[in-house]
Write a protein that binds this ligand. Structure first.
Ligand SMILES: NC(=O)c1ccc[n+]([C@@H]2O[C@H](COP(=O)([O-])OP(=O)(O)OC[C@H]3O[C@@H](n4cnc5c(N)ncnc54)[C@H](OP(=O)(O)O)[C@@H]3O)[C@@H](O)[C@H]2O)c1
Length: 298
């Protein structure tokens, strides 16, 4: 039977293009809906509702929000990652049998991430999924990992000063996938069978580049030249601690994120699952060419 899917966090950076991809592939699903966590948020989904996506108004933490769906795809952002274990409990109680936690990044089994601030809630969510799957033999989950979003590379650039600032090493190897390809693969993956029990890992990567190669590709496509400043990630740890002492969780996440791209950890398994999908993902250069052509046209 065609899956019925509820998307949580559908108005965010990844959520918006993912919903557009669901609209394109809607005929493969019996039902696709987005969760609006209160009635005032319903309005931001008016266009997708007109395109055939249902809007469920309800709390992330209320069992009734999840009723009538077999699959939940979470796309929640930093502030809500810690709610995912409670969301999983409500989803299971409502009869959901498949859950995609908000991952969409690196392979978190790398030792350097065991105590990394950015991944604290993601790792707790993984542990919760393990526990709940043991208790519920019909419950399955997918960890979808795509490395770094290619489009985010410009985040490290001071466009005025033409300087790239990063915390780590120019030689840090990075897996890179475009947001467009990630959304296509996530939606297609929902239609693929589980081959390995209740837990499924999917690793995809459009390109592998060192951080310096990535920035050189960006500069080449933009027709500019950048100078580079590589700083010690320990500086960012100090800033995270400062933010923690000031009860500023958003800043804690922000500083923790700064250490990822040039850390050597922003990567997926070397054995990727790209062949599961019926297309070849874009290279970094191709994504940048499209991105800047689109920005120039806007
Ligand atoms: N690999 C990479 O390079 C990369 C880059 C960016 C993100 N990611 C990952 O992708 C996933 C989604 O990230 P994102 O950047 O798309 O998230 P986001 O835009 O920050 O937030 C996604 C959604 O979560 C809900 N939300 C977030 N913060 C909230 C708050 N403070 N209060 C209420 N609702 C809030 C909102 O959804 P509703 O209002 O619709 O409920 C929001 O649209 C995360 O797991 C993130 O780590 C990976």
């Amino acid at each position: 039977m065609a899956p019925s899917v509820l998307l949580i966090g559908a108005s965010g950076t990844l959520g918006v293009p993912l919903v557009q991809e669901f609209i394109r592939q809607k005929s493969s699903f019996s039902r696709v809906a987005v969760l609006a966590s209160d009635a005032s948020k319903k309005v931001k989904f008016a266009e997708v509702e007109a395109a055939g996506i249902q809007v469920v108004v309800g709390s992330y933490l209320d069992v009734s929000s999840y009723k009538g769906f077999d699959t939940v795809v979470s796309l929640v952002g930093n502030a809500l990652l810690k709610l995912q274990p409670a969301m999983i409990d409500q989803a299971i109680a409502a009869g959901v049998t498949q859950f995609y936690p908000s991952e969409y990044g690196a392979d978190l089994t790398q030792k350097q991430f065991f105590a990394h601030r950015y991944f604290r809630s993601k790792l707790e969510t993984r542990a919760h999924l393990v526990r709940r799957a043991k208790e519920n033999p019909n419950f399955k989950y997918t960890l979808f990992m795509n490395g770094f979003f290619t489009e985010f590379a410009a985040y490290f650039v001071d466009a005025q000063k033409k300087v790239v600032t990063a915390y780590g090493s120019p030689e840090a190897l990075t897996s890179l996938t475009s947001i467009k390809d990630i959304t296509r693969m996530v939606v297609q993956s929902l239609l693929l069978p589980y081959m390995t029990g209740q837990k499924r890992e999917i690793h995809v990567s459009g390109s592998w580049q060192t951080f310096k190669e990535l920035m050189d590709t960006l500069a080449r496509v933009q027709g500019v030249s950048y100078s580079y400043e590589f700083r010690d990630p320990a500086e960012m740890l100090e800033k995270q601690i400062e933010a923690w002492l000031q009860d500023d969780e958003d800043k804690e996440y922000q500083w923790a994120l700064m250490t990822l791209a040039a850390s050597g950890g922003a990567k997926v398994s070397e054995k990727v699952d790209n062949e599961l999908f019926g297309f070849v993902p874009e290279t970094v250069g191709e994504t940048f060419v499209q991105l800047f052509a689109k920005q120039a046209a806007e």
